[in-house]
Design a binder for this molecule. Structure first.
Ligand code: HEC
Length: 153
């Protein structure tokens, strides 16, 4: 009789463990999910605003299709530079960019003048160009991140 009770207790304990784990997993799943949704809508709002910045300040050189002009203005669409050098890209948009840079294996030696954008506009246009054409980057660029990017001395 004692043996049965002990076994039964074990079974009950197992059940409790199982359901608590299930419950905790469920909680953390919903928490993560709503977090993702929040930053997702922030991203799409920022992209919308960034589209306007792009039309006003960038399109003349980088072109409506983001492909730039061969040997003169580097592409943003499918740009390995934009994809891999996040900070340098933010710095270029914020402070301008001149001197040699290599984009998709092609060397450019041009000048992009500083455009006088606010940190928020830089963040918005960064989110736009990182998620337009075939580009995709879920990591939201925030004005705070932009404010931390300093010019190269
Ligand atoms: C006057 C033409 C011009 C305008 C306007 C301009 N750019 Fe550029 N951009 C360039 C040139 C030229 C380079 C390369 C500079 C070099 O050779 O060092 C460049 C480089 C870049 C780069 C890094 C290289 C790459 O292709 O990934 C990014 C990112 C970029 N520009 C984004 C922008 C954004 C965003 C805007 C608008 C806010 C903008 N540019 C406006 C001419 C321009």
């Amino acid at each position: 009789m004692r043996l049965i009770t002990a076994n039964r207790m074990k079974t009950i304990e197992k059940h409790i463990k199982f359901y608590s784990i299930l419950f905790i997993s469920f909680l953390s799943f919903t928490a993560c999910n709503s977090q993702e949704k929040k930053s997702g809508s922030e991203l799409s709002k920022s992209i919308e605003k960034g589209a306007l910045v792009y039309e006003d300040f960038c399109m003349t050189c980088h072109m409506p299709n983001g492909k730039g002009v061969p040997k003169t203005f580097p592409p943003l669409a499918n740009s390995d530079y934009l994809k891999n050098k996040r900070e340098a890209s933010i710095r270029a948009i914020k402070y301008g960019q001149k001197g040699e840079i290599i984009v998709n294996g092609e060397t450019y030696k041009g000048v992009m003048s500083p455009l006088g954008l606010s940190d928020e506009e830089v963040a918005d246009v960064m989110n736009y160009i990182s998620n337009t054409w075939d580009n995709k980057n879920d990591t939201l660029t925030t004005p705070e991140e932009v404010s931390k990017v300093k010019p190269i001395k």
